[in-house]
Design a protein around this ligand. Structure first.
Ligand SMILES: Cc1cc2nc3c(=O)[nH]c(=O)nc-3n(C[C@H](O)[C@H](O)[C@H](O)COP(=O)(O)OP(=O)(O)OC[C@H]3O[C@@H](n4cnc5c(N)ncnc54)[C@H](O)[C@@H]3O)c2cc1C
Length: 326
């Protein structure tokens, strides 16, 4: 690294952090990403249970903007994303009606996390590092993890984790802290089920309305998945909020019961995961914020659109702001 090179740290290796670092790299700025998890993906990660894998967060993604459509074409060519041409339905008042897609639905292949793994392959990512503090050091910043190990110094620190987690890291007096604090999220309980016999339904994904469930997917129907019948059930935002502190076994019991109209899932076939910051409430401001005085950035899906596409776009915008100030 040359002496004049700008040192950039990104906190979070979810879609937004990876998107930002990739665009910075195209502009010859090599960022270091830190993530507390063991791998990339954040809310697009995949849960392993024995030999089975479950996409327990983001289920699929669509593209509404040309730039993201172009990005998906590149991911598909690299073998990291594939169209999921499953049959979907809406459940309302006890009736299932088929839902026909307006846009192609895409998934990571052979699992959701594989997309972020591939997309980040040229980046410098430090996993298993939970950043605890961002500390000023002369005119730069040092990152300190939860084991008091320090990293840096960095000229700029860009934070992509969900607002409440970002607010804990960003200096209280900064605009980025204020914005992070204002972002809000609904939780989501996810139940993952490995079945011995198939559920008798022609549908691979079901959206529920006015129901404890928000969504159910035959995860094993996605392309390039391993054999077997696996389902992922998501509690609706409202139901998950009402049961946010419930015992996982109670969640499994209630959500499998609620799924009983569609098919039988035995609780012993299941595990549960709580996403505390699952679905962001859209904020109406710009897709990323960069404080040019302090050299601190805030970005992520909540600033753009609470979806995979929104996270990608927010990362692109964050990088654009950095390149512009360099
Ligand atoms: C249950 C569920 C279902 C969803 N379904 C869909 C869907 O079907 N379609 C769709 O388009 N979107 C869906 N989404 C939303 C989509 O997953 C998100 O919009 C997107 O993945 C957000 O990416 P991000 O990079 O902004 O944030 P994240 O993915 O949350 O990334 C933030 C990263 O920061 C890391 N981090 C946090 N704190 C620290 C710290 N202190 N130190 C180091 N690292 C830290 C985290 O480990 C994480 O990897 C769903 C999300 C959930 C949870």
């Amino acid at each position: 690294m040359s002496e004049n090179e700008r040192r950039v740290a990104i906190i979070g290796a979810g879609m937004s952090g990876i998107s930002c670092a990739t665009r910075l790299l195209k502009n010859h700025i090599e960022a270091t990403i830190f993530d507390k998890s063991r791998g990339p993906g954040g809310r697009m990660s995949t849960r392993r249970k024995g030999e089975s894998r479950f996409d327990h967060g983001a289920q699929y993604f669509t593209a509404s903007h040309g730039a993201f459509q172009q990005q998906i074409i590149e991911w598909e060519a690299a073998g990291w994303a594939t169209e999921w041409a499953g049959r979907f339905a809406d459940w309302k008042d006890g009736t299932l009606s088929e839902r026909y897609p307006k846009r192609k639905r895409w998934v990571g292949s052979p699992r959701m996390s594989a997309l972020c793994r591939g997309f980040s392959q040229e980046l410098h990512v430090q996993y298993g590092v939970r950043i605890h503090r961002i500390k000023p050091f002369e005119s730069q910043w040092i990152l300190i993890d939860d084991k008091e190990q320090s990293y840096g110094p960095f000229d700029s620190v860009l934070v992509s984790c969900p607002g409440p987690q970002a607010a804990e890291l960003l200096p209280m007096e900064s605009h980025t802290h204020q914005l992070a604090k204002s972002l809000s999220y609904s939780p989501c309980w996810a139940v993952m089920a490995e079945l011995e016999s198939p559920i008798n339904t022609p549908f691979d994904g079901i959206h529920f309305q006015d129901h404890p469930l928000g969504w159910a997917a035959k995860d094993s129907s996605k392309p390039q998945r391993t054999h077997g019948e696996r389902w992922v059930l998501h509690g609706s935002a409202e139901w998950s909020q009402q049961h946010v502190d419930a015992d996982p076994q109670v969640i499994i019991q209630k959500l499998t019961e609620a799924f009983g109209h569609i098919g039988t899932i035995e609780p012993h076939q299941c595990t549960a995961h709580r996403w505390l910051y699952a679905l962001a409430s859209p904020s109406n401001g710009p897709a990323a914020m960069y404080d040019r005085e302090r050299h601190l950035g805030l970005f992520g899906d909540a600033l753009s659109d609470p979806k995979v596409e929104g996270a990608w776009r927010s990362g692109q915008e964050m990088a654009r702001l950095i390149v512009e100030t360099t």
